[in-house]
Design a protein around this ligand. Structure first.
Ligand SMILES: [Ca+2]
Length: 146
């Protein structure tokens, strides 16, 4: 256990809320909380899921990849949002996902989404067909990779 003077801890906490320094778990959580609170959706309530801290655009600054859901009364809509560190602000892009999200992995500029989709014999509640969708950050855009 390291002990830090209180002033150092407070400065650390203040900086963690913005992208001014390397993103850590606490900073990521602050970004996610702020983003989720800002979502005003008719369909339902936003609920954060998995996230990955990674340098998606290769500029040496950590970015953030978040999977989250809009929870409706009987259904939910999975979404993927990337937060690109632009120094003083985040560039935020969101795309719709489908299925029941099982995992998100990031490798370089590639985001892999593992999901379960309904198979022909599956009950609506319980999809079993494994799918994998790949997205790639390239030229300032998030696109589906083939
Ligand atoms: Ca980056």
């Amino acid at each position: 256990m390291r002990s830090l003077p209180l002033s150092a801890l407070l400065i650390g906490a203040a900086l963690a809320a913005g992208p001014a320094r390397a993103l850590d778990e606490r900073g990521a959580q602050a970004v996610i909380d702020k983003f989720v609170k800002a979502q005003k959706l008719d369909e339902g309530d936003p609920s954060p899921g998995r996230h990955v801290i990674a340098d998606l655009d290769g500029d040496g600054r950590q970015d953030l990849v978040l999977q989250w859901d809009v929870l409706g009364a009987n259904t939910s809509w999975p979404k993927l949002t990337v937060f690109i560190d632009q120094g003083r602000s985040w560039r935020v892009l969101t795309t719709d996902l489908s299925g029941q999200i099982e995992n998100i992995t990031v490798s370089g500029s590639t985001i892999r989404v593992d999901a379960l989709m309904p198979g022909p014999k599956d009950a609506r509640c319980c999809p079993t067909r494994k799918t994998q969708t790949t997205y790639r950050w390239a030229n300032g855009r998030l696109g589906r990779a083939r």
